[in-house]
Write a protein that binds this ligand. Structure first.
Ligand SMILES: [Fe+2]
Ligand SMILES: [Fe+2]
Length: 166
């Protein structure tokens, strides 16, 4: 799995997320469909980029927004599976994503909170500005993806996931 990035994607954004986008386990999110015709990987990229843009606009922590946006659904499993706790997936997966993100990318407290609360109002209330941004960006991307409208970096193929053999 590889990611093709067009020249239109800002270098400042790529710098913040490069280590995550080169991680094999993270890239495996491409194997799970999300919101109808999108993959969980492309959805996460879209949420990340939109969150980064909003964080810049509102003078928030851009790096935390880009990273937490990318990692908010870092759950390499099928959402149709039963959860180990018996909770609904809507309540369980933010905790799984936060745990996986901490294990693999040593996320900070701000990023951790944003991942844990992204499903608000299902689940806890966002407790920092970046968390509100990610929760909002997730909903915007979900709606547009459900409607099969390309948003953020899916637009004009600004970022494309390429399947490699072997
Ligand atoms: Fe989610
Ligand atoms: Fe999401």
């Amino acid at each position: 799995m590889d990611i093709k990035v067009s020249e239109e994607v800002p270098k400042e954004y790529l710098t913040e997320v490069q280590n995550i986008l080169s991680n094999k386990e993270f890239l495996s999110l491409d194997n799970y469909s999300h919101h109808h015709k999108t993959s969980r990987l492309m959805h996460s990229i879209n949420v990340s980029y939109l969150s980064w843009l909003m964080a810049r606009k509102f003078h928030c922590d851009e790096k935390a927004a880009a990273r937490a946006g990318l990692l908010h659904d870092f759950c390499p499993y099928d959402f149709a599976e039963k959860t180990p706790t018996g909770e609904l997936q809507a309540f369980y997966h933010p905790k799984a994503a936060a745990k996986n993100s901490f294990r693999t990318f040593q996320i900070n407290d701000r990023e951790h909170t944003a991942i844990l609360t992204h499903m608000f109002p299902l689940g806890p209330v966002p407790r920092n500005r970046e968390a509100w941004i990610i929760s909002l960006a997730d909903k915007i991307c979900a709606v547009t993806e459900f409607c099969c409208v390309a948003i953020a970096l899916a637009r004009n193929n600004r970022m494309v996931v390429v399947k490699t053999t072997a």
